[in-house]
Design a protein around this ligand. Structure first.
Ligand SMILES: Nc1ncnc2c1ncn2[C@@H]1O[C@H](COP(=O)(O)OP(=O)(O)OP(=O)(O)O)[C@@H](O)[C@H]1O
Length: 238
């Protein structure tokens, strides 16, 4: 079943066309990756799909709803972790989860989430005292506190050490294994290869290709997803 349908979506900022007809589909229960160069429009796509920003044109349906006209019904059913997400320095882990749970009519049990994501021992730790890996874990838990059917994660593992990245990959798989559809924006092709069931590459506001990582590798005529990415975007490997 299709959970996200985007067809010809456009968006401009002050006359600058940032999305120039984005089209993609995400199926229920998959981890769907979005990759592409800086400034390609990945975050804007996610912001529009999650109801945080209005598109200018095109078709956009999430769980059968239009984020523009059905925002109130949609918001409780999606979870979002945005790039550069932040919380007040002094807020404690437990307080943040409780606060976010209060935003929803039917939240998940925030105490259970705190246990599940290994945050219980840090319940009284302030946000500013957490390492990058623990902050990311908290952001994942916060994105799940509304008990969403679809979760958007934007560059979740940027800045994490290799061990924290691996742990986070496991957490993302756990989310999918519970039946939640995951949309993951990433710059890391090893991450996309390991985690994503399907993915899209966005370049200059358009989806240039989408498919399984293996399909993209075949399209690129290369041995690795990273090489395929460079071949398909016309970029140069560093
Ligand atoms: N609120 C805004 N106002 C004006 N321009 C914006 C705004 N948000 C994003 N942009 C511009 O839109 C373009 C696309 O940005 P977006 O963040 O969607 O790209 P991205 O693919 O997520 O990039 P990155 O990989 O660097 O995170 C960029 O040129 C960016 O500068």
């Amino acid at each position: 079943m299709t959970v996200i349908e985007i067809d010809g979506m456009t968006k401009s900022y002050r006359g600058d066309k940032v999305l120039d007809g984005v089209s993609l589909t995400v199926e229920r229960g998959e981890i769907f990756g979005i990759a592409g160069p800086n400034g390609a429009g990945k975050t804007t796509t996610v912001e529009c799909a999650s109801g945080l920003r209005d598109r200018d044109g095109g078709v956009l349906r999430v769980l059968g709803l239009d984020p523009r006209t059905d925002r109130r019904q949609l918001l409780p059913r999606v979870g979002v972790q945005l790039q550069e997400a932040a919380l007040p320095d002094a807020i404690k882990v437990g307080e943040a989860l409780k606060l976010y749970a209060s935003f929803y009519d039917k939240p998940a049990d925030w105490r259970a989430l705190m246990e599940e994501w290994g945050l219980a021992d840090r319940r009284r730790s302030s946000f500013s005292s957490l390492s990058g890996g623990w902050k990311q874990r908290l952001f994942i838990a916060l994105a799940l506190v509304g008990d969403p059917e679809v979760v958007f994660l934007d560059e979740l593992t940027t800045g994490l050490d290799p061990s924290a990245r691996r742990t986070t990959w496991g957490l993302i798989r756990d989310i999918r294994d519970r039946g939640v559809t995951v949309v993951l924006v990433t710059h890391f092709m090893d991450e996309a290869r390991t985690l994503c069931d399907r993915m899209a590459i966005i370049d200059q506001g358009r989806v240039i290709t989408q498919g399984t990582p293996d399909e993209l590798i075949a399209q690129g005529g290369t041995d690795s997803l990273e090489d395929a990415y460079f071949a398909l975007t016309g970029g140069q490997a560093a």
